[in-house]
Write a protein that binds this ligand. Structure first.
Ligand code: SAH
Length: 391
């Protein structure tokens, strides 16, 4: 096994498991994703050709590494081995933004010289647990989040000075405290130790504030392609009431606000909602409101209040939407629904439910390659309410 993979583009590929398609020509990767989308979704409607990337390497704007102590090596940084908690050291990853990778190496080397110990998950001993780096694709702003097992970073000032001296592009540094036995990277508590505590980036001509805990699409180039498709599928004329469900920091809502009468965003994560409200202000958008709530519960309340909605965007996490959400959607009966999904299997489940229970029909499906070299595929779907008697 080790021998066979010797020629791999990535020395960690046999252990990491993050890139199922690491050594496959890019065209072939796209073919596979097209096929998978068709197998799962063709039954609901026409599948268009996948939107691929011109330059697929190093697309990830968010890079994470875990720290561990390994005998003979000292502190190492890398990723968890597939299905385990063993850390595979990584120096150079094909997916990750290269600057972010260099910053992670510097954090590790500085930890050595500052004698900061890696956190040990079993004993809870040690301090430095993870590092998360986020790079603004358009702005170049960089956030570094040091995730610690306890709140105090010794020689904090010197550590920050040294790191910023090595990488003057860093615009903000945070400490996040995670002392729980969990596979989640970030804990609740955070403290800004340098800069403004968030980064800004630009997408679709708008500016967005992004906090450490907010969701932000990891592939900025493809996000613009995805949102352009979302705008096309929504067919807005300037008058519509639009819901952006699972809205994150409000990117879709704010990208379409100029072409709608009113937009309403709903999102569970409170930091993301706060960012969305700020983002409306930054972009001087006055017809957007954001609510912190479960999307299913929120939509049910809208249905009960008999609110009129013309278009719904929905972009749930991998687990997909819920029957509660879809039932409320059927009651509200918007003319169109644009469903963005990062997991075609749960999308297929939700489409089955929706089309069996209602007169909604899928008009078109487009896969978008948001995650080159991995087996994951993003899919955007245009769903239309079809009047009785018409098919
Ligand atoms: N549309 C956004 C975010 C998509 S990611 C974008 O393109 O950037 C999915 C989002 O759904 C995340 O921000 C997550 O916090 C949110 N979420 C997860 N479960 C939710 C729920 N039950 N109700 C509302 N939002 C939820």
């Amino acid at each position: 096994m080790e021998n066979k993979k010797k020629q791999s583009l990535c020395p960690a590929s046999t252990k990491c498991g993050g890139c199922q398609f690491v050594d496959m020509p890019y065209k072939e990767q796209l073919k596979r994703k097209q096929k998978r989308t068709e197998q799962l979704l063709k039954q609901f409607g026409k599948v268009r050709p996948i939107v691929g990337m011109a330059e697929p390497a190093h697309y990830r704007n968010k890079v994470h590494a875990v720290f561990a102590f390994q005998k003979g090596r000292g502190i190492v940084s890398g990723i968890y081995q597939e299905k385990s908690h063993r850390v595979v050291p990584v120096e150079n990853c094909l997916l990750e933004n290269q600057k972010a990778g260099e910053i992670i190496q510097s954090v590790r080397e500085l930890a050595k010289s500052f004698k900061i110990k890696a956190y040990d998950e079993d004993s809870g001993y040690g301090l430095l647990r993870h590092v998360l780096v986020r790079v603004g694709h358009a702005t170049g702003e960089i956030m570094v989040v040091l995730v610690l097992g306890s709140p105090i970073l010794p020689s904090k000032k010197n550590f920050v000075n040294e790191l910023c001296k090595l990488h003057p592009e860093i615009t903000t540094i945070l400490v996040n405290v995670n002392n729980k036995r969990t596979s989640m990277v970030l804990g609740e508590r955070e403290q800004v130790i340098y800069g403004k505590g968030y980064i800004e980036d630009e997408l679709c001509g708008r500016r967005f504030k992004i906090s450490a805990k907010s969701f932000y699409q990891v592939n900025s180039v493809q996000t613009e392609a995805l949102y352009a498709k979302a705008v096309e599928y929504a067919q807005l004329t300037g008058k519509e009431t639009v819901v952006d469900a699972y809205c994150g920091i409000g990117t879709i809502a704010l990208a379409v606000a100029g072409e709608a009468g009113r937009v309403i965003g709903v999102e569970l994560n409170k930091d993301a909602v706060r960012d969305a409200v700020t983002n409306a202000r930054i972009n001087q958008i006055k017809n957007a409101d954001f609510y912190q709530n479960d999307a299913g519960r929120f939509l049910t309340q809208m249905a009960e209040a008999e609110e009129k909605v013309d278009v719904v965007f929905m972009d749930p996490p991998r687990s997909g939407s819920t029957e509660e959400f879809l039932d409320a959607l059927i009651r509200i009966r918007p003319e169109r629904v644009v469903y963005i999904s990062c997991e075609p299997e749960t999308l297929a489940r939700d489409l089955k439910y929706l089309t069996e229970k209602s007169s909604y029909r899928v008009q078109e499906i487009t896969p978008v390659d948001m995650f080159p070299f991995t087996g994951n595929v993003e899919v955007i779907t245009k769903i239309q309410f079809v009047e009785k008697g018409r098919k």
